[in-house]
Ligand binder design. Structure first.
Ligand SMILES: NC(=O)C1=CN([C@@H]2O[C@H](COP(=O)(O)OP(=O)(O)OC[C@H]3O[C@@H](n4cnc5c(N)ncnc54)[C@H](O)[C@@H]3O)[C@@H](O)[C@H]2O)C=CC1
Ligand SMILES: O=P(O)(O)OC[C@H]1O[C@](O)(CO)[C@@H](O)[C@@H]1O
Length: 380
């Protein structure tokens, strides 16, 4: 049976990418550090993907197993030697941590298997696979690098499916929204995977997704958190926040339409479809999940700062994006490591310092000044 090795047996791993490989006739070996999930995958060898709809249809996912990358290095290397695809959905910050083991696996593979291996990082991050590739190559000597680059294709991708935190302790089943989109950039022919869309140029897809789905989601999460809402759908029922989301997506939309020559009517429909997805009350998707890791989300290339800077550069309105960045700076959720760090940075050094260090914005730049103005108002 064809083999896919997937790092991260979490929500997107089991609920989206691993499920598509299984449905395409692959055995999926999940690699993770969560021992209970690995044991359960090996014992039960199957789980269900449940759709967040009135009917709650479910799909049985079979031919799955698990390995622990901390205790089963050799087994992971053996699996990489035989796999046709290697994918990740682990969080962009974890990629450097799994790179050394992937490097060992690739080095061993290219000695005995000249079949192509496709490596795809499925993370909410522009060029995540390129980043992973860089981390992997750091662990290989020049000669092995050459061999790896001849036999391994590193493909960037954009992944879109809302998979909330699961409230079913002890079960491998995953509740997911019915919608999904997995876009992979390549000009070559690669083995077909159900649900995978191939494009020659990813930039318009990933920017459209990141600056609509993820920007919109982040705006709801941070304003919802400030308004003490629990879930995304509850937050959207607040008309002030709903209007804030629409206005912000109007700003990212104007940039996307200009940058990628999109049809404005089509893009408006895309925005409306996304907002409908956010309104799905079956998901019970928490504002603290969607707002997680604010230091990452406030990065210069991420869903808030990049579109604000691009809009500013293009002479377009960015005021709602500036307000959303200010709301993100007020995310002080105690169970989020990043949020705790963010707040202690603000307390110790001030907002201006955070805007420089985290967002890459010069002190007294136009965007920094606008964010600080909104921050003072929101802080009250
Ligand atoms: N949940 C969602 O709706 C979506 C998430 N994404 C992206 O997918 C990625 C994964 O997100 P989720 O599945 O939601 O997270 P998750 O927390 O459910 O899953 C991550 C998995 O990685 C494992 N992990 C952590 N450190 C590890 C390590 N060093 N080695 C091996 N495994 C390790 C965890 O145990 C966990 O099972 C993120 O980049 C996220 O931005 C993208 C689109 C949708
Ligand atoms: O997964 P991240 O990057 O932390 O951000 C949460 C976002 O990702 C998603 O999980 C799916 O794209 C959204 O729910 C949300 O926009």
């Amino acid at each position: 049976m064809k083999l896919a090795v997937h790092f991260g047996a979490g929500n997107i791993g089991r609920g989206f990418i691993g499920a598509l490989f299984s449905q395409s006739g692959y055995h999926v070996t999940f690699v993770d550090i969560a021992e209970p999930i690995i044991n359960q995958l090996n014992d039960e060898k199957q789980y269900k993907v449940k759709l967040a709809t009135d009917a709650q249809e479910s799909i049985l996912i079979e031919n799955v197993s698990g390995l622990n990358n901390l205790t089963q290095e050799n087994e992971v290397i053996e699996t990489i030697k035989k796999a046709a695809f290697l994918t990740t959905a682990i969080g962009p910050n974890i990629l450097p941590r799994i790179a050394p083991l992937i490097a060992k696996g690739l080095a061993a593979r290219v000695e005995e298997n000249s079949d192509k291996l496709y490596v795809i990082a499925c993370e909410n991050q522009i060029s995540a696979t390129d980043l992973l590739k860089g981390y992997i190559l750091e662990h290989l000597d020049n000669q092995t690098q050459e061999k790896v680059l001849a036999h391994v294709e590193f493909l960037n991708s954009a992944v879109d499916r809302i998979v909330p935190i699961q409230n079913n302790q002890g079960s491998l089943d995953v509740l997911v929204e019915p919608y999904h989109e997995w876009v992979v950039e390549t000009k070559e022919e690669i083995p077909p995977i159900e649900g995978m869309i191939i494009v020659p140029e990813l930039a318009p897809f990933i920017e459209r997704k990141l600056f609509t789905v993820n920007t919109g989601h982040a705006v709801i999460a941070y304003f919802g958190y400030l308004a003490k809402k629990e879930t995304i759908d509850q937050t959207l029922a607040d008309m002030d926040i709903y209007n804030q989301v629409k206005a912000t997506l109007g700003e990212t939309g104007a940039y996307l339409i200009k940058q990628y020559d999109l049809d404005p009517e089509e893009h408006q429909k895309y925005i409306e479809k996304i907002i409908k997805r956010f309104e799905n009350s079956h998901l019970h998707d928490g504002v603290t999940r969607v707002g997680r890791s604010p230091l990452r989300k406030l990065g210069p290339e991420d869903r808030l700062v990049r579109p604000a800077l691009q809009a500013l550069k293009a002479g377009l309105s960015y005021d709602n994006l500036a307000k959303a960045i200010a709301a993100a700076l007020l995310f002080d959720y105690k169970d989020d490591e990043d949020a705790v760090k963010l707040q202690s940075m603000i307390n110790e050094h001030g907002v201006s310092y955070v805007l420089q260090q985290v967002c890459g914005l010069e002190e007294s730049s136009q965007l920094a000044n606008d964010i600080i103005r909104h921050y003072e108002v929101l802080k009250g």
